[in-house]
Design a protein around this ligand. Structure first.
Ligand code: PNW
Length: 490
């Protein structure tokens, strides 16, 4: 079918946009309605694991204040909302023989209904890092491929059965690189395994992250196989995975630094995207890891290859890459934001790993589309303003650096779609709210809405107003028919 004529300065009428969150970062109420423990519950409580020593017991209290969050989404006029399901609310002990918790299911079911009543499309992440603690205790969680794949698939089945009549956009996993490297390599995220004895009592950073990543890929792929074989025909949804990955620029034009940038991409992105979209691990991973890289059997590979309907993209920044590093999780590239001439790549965020460089976002969209040939859903993109947590609320609401970040990002998406021909279909800003930023506790704020943690009051920042206005102005009017269809969905 020929593409309809478009105005060059707008996104297609069916473009989905909105905000993203994750269960553990916002819900709180960790004991409510029969929820089981997740690996983040206790991890965050151990001394030294979060910057401010705080945990997720309250977070933004969204389990109780869901109405306030919905009101925000309505006020912002979003088309879609990306959120995640807490495995341990749905199956408190997590396993395939463990009981399902009706109260947890009811909460999400009601929430999904409430979104649909307001014309907001639910975009649902099945797993965003809050593994049931019981599965970690029983068999080591993601380190035990045979067990975790079956348990994850059963959990996914419950999600499809109970929510799939209304949810048409599924993400199996959020950011396997973070799950594997931060949880089992560097040990800075739950379950905190690492070879670094100062950080963790046990773990082997040379093998475990690659094993965990392998399990994540297989669990994802088997859940997709299940969806496609038993649910898709009746429910008609789409399912895929979302990967984190930042653009990599060579530090300079020396051949070794050009190679380093490609190696950085091979590990940050190719580790997961190459098997899932192309059917094999990147050659550089084999070269770097040898026998430490788990192998797929031919049967596994048949399930893995082609197991994502779209490319789910979480991206935040661009790194300048130099050869000669030791860090395997960065493809042995060293990352810097300082150019050879001493200038900075972009505006520094509160977290060390993030600077604003919108051109990199556009280049990455092009790279991913050329390499993997799938429609792209940008499922996360965002910025934490420097020292926002020590400002007055008024100061924090005037978040000029974040506005600038989103202006650049939105323009990059538009240019990629209209000038470069990249098929981008959705954009979710991270995050609807300031929230529990994992190892950073509540110190680093990624919200486009400010949360006063004393009162739990929510205040839109300038960036929220900017993003809403931008999408209002830059999406073509929907054909009347399509709009009716979307509103009726399902
Ligand atoms: C993502 N890094 O995590 C997650 O999906 C969100 O839950 C999180 O709040 C958000 O980005 C902001 O951090 C990342 O070290 C964590 O490069 C760490 C990194 C990247 C993404």
């Amino acid at each position: 079918m020929a593409a309809p004529p478009h105005t060059q300065d707008k996104l297609p009428g069916d473009f989905l946009w909105g905000f993203a969150t994750a269960s553990f970062q916002i819900e709180g109420s960790t004991d409510a309605d029969g929820r089981g423990k997740s690996i983040w519950d206790d991890f965050a409580k151990q001394p030294g694991k979060t910057l401010d020593g705080r945990d997720g017991d309250v977070a933004t209290d969204s389990y109780r204040r869901w109405q306030a969050d919905l009101d925000l989404l309505v006020a912002y006029g979003v088309r879609s909302y990306r959120f995640s399901l807490a495995w341990s609310r749905i199956i408190p002990l997590g396993g395939r023989a463990d009981p399902v918790n009706e109260a947890g299911i009811r909460w999400y079911s009601d929430f999904i209904d409430a979104l649909l009543e307001r014309g907001i499309v639910p975009f649902v992440t099945i797993y965003h890092w809050d593994l049931p603690q019981a599965l970690h205790n029983r068999y080591g969680g993601w380190l035990n491929k045979d067990e975790i794949v079956q348990d994850y698939v059963r959990y996914s089945r419950v999600c499809f059965e109970r929510f799939g009549d209304r949810v048409k956009h599924w993400l199996t996993m959020n950011e396997p690189w973070c799950i594997s490297v931060l949880g089992y390599g560097r040990g800075v995220f739950a379950p905190g395994r690492s070879s670094d004895r100062m950080r963790s009592p046990e773990g082997d950073s040379s093998t475990e992250p690659w094993i965990a990543g392998h399990s994540v890929i297989l669990a994802h792929a088997h859940a997709v196989q299940l969806y496609r074989s038993e649910f898709k025909a009746a429910q008609g949804g789409q399912i895929g995975i979302t990967l984190n990955g930042d653009w990599a620029l060579p530090y300079d034009d020396s051949p070794q630094n050009i190679a380093a940038a490609q190696h950085a991409l091979d590990v940050a992105i190719g580790w997961f995207a190459d098997p899932i979209y192309l059917g094999y691990y990147p050659a550089y991973l084999h070269e770097m890891l040898g026998a430490r890289l788990p192998a797929f059997t031919p049967e596994e590979l048949a399930v893995v290859k082609g197991s994502s309907d779209f490319y789910g993209m979480n991206t935040y920044t661009t790194n300048l890459c130099k050869a000669g590093g030791e860090d395997e999780f960065q493809g042995r590239a060293e990352y810097t934001f300082t150019r050879p001439d001493g200038t900075q790549l972009g505006t520094q965020a509160h977290c060390a790993w993030l600077q604003d460089y919108p051109q990199g976002f556009r280049e990455l969209l092009n790279y991913l589309y050329k390499r993997y040939r799938k429609p792209i859903y940008v499922t996360e993109n965002g910025f934490a303003v420097k020292d926002e947590n020590s400002m007055s609320i008024e100061q924090a609401l005037a978040d000029a650096d974040r506005v600038q970040y989103f202006r650049g990002a939105c323009q990059s998406v538009l240019a990629a779609v209209r000038e470069d021909g990249v098929d981008v279909r959705a954009y979710f800003a991270w995050s609807l709210l300031d929230n529990f930023e994992w190892a950073d506790g509540y110190v680093t704020r990624f919200g486009l809405t400010y949360v006063d943690y004393e009162t739990q009051e929510r205040f839109p920042k300038d960036s929220a107003k900017f993003v809403c206005q931008w999408f209002k102005e830059h999406i073509e009017p929907e054909e009347k028919e399509d709009e009716d269809k979307r509103r009726d969905e399902p």
